[in-house]
Design a protein around this ligand. Sequence first.
Ligand code: SF4
Length: 290
Amino acid sequence: MITDRIDAITAIASAYQGTVLPAPRSVKIELTGRCNYACSICARSMVLRDQKDMPRALFEGLLREMRQEGVEEIGLFYLGESFLCRWLEEAIAFAKKTAAILYVFLTTNGSLAKPDRMEACFRAGLDSLKFSFNYADEAQFEEIARVKPKFYRDMVDNIRHARRARDKVFDESGHRCGLYASYIEYDGEQRERMISALAEIDGCVDQIYALPLYSQADLVTETETKSGWARCGIRCRAGPCSPRGTLPGTANCRRAASITTAASTWATSPARGSWKRGTPSGSRTCAPRI
Ligand code: SF4
């Protein structure tokens, strides 16, 4: 289950509780800061930094160095939609086959994850594909993603095709990518509101779980707070599939000790160099999107 894996990586092992830290086990690399949605819940939409693609040579160099330092898992996303990156499939293949990264995972909004591209990602060796499925219907999609409501159907159709593509690659090659979907519990009513939407993708992914609304650097808007949406700070993850004890509100930043991000605008990222062995704690960034 993906939630077991998340728990294993986000728990803070004693090795990460000192002042000089080993390389993190898991790193997210933002292949692109661009996205075709403009979600109201997302700091990306505020255009607080340049939103470009990471230079490919930089990506490949980073991966080689990270693996040498002991990084085991790579997420090929942070903010931004990685299916916008034309060389996504090649990035996956490089991570798995050249850099020998043990586990490569990806989160997508699903809009551009057409069956042929998903199949290419699975063939390249992707270990986990998760859909951020945060919209109960077309109306909520338009309100939150702030794009035309007709694109909602494309996203759902892509998710519904994922399993067929995954199973085809498994039958032909023996490689099996995990398929997951998460949704955000904006408030106490969202779970009920999602029932029909989740029924549409039931059986198309291996696991569906709920997440709380993370506040990215406290940038969730006043409007959303006033509408009653609850920002994370009490729970780390929610949902019937993933019961867990309450964590303190600082959990997101503390767990960054074992999860680090490298943004596509690398030169300005505070994460620069932070995965290096022996890095003083406190120089790593938070990772609000799992
Ligand atoms: S939440 Fe995801 S899909 Fe929405 S704008 Fe941010 S990166 Fe794009």
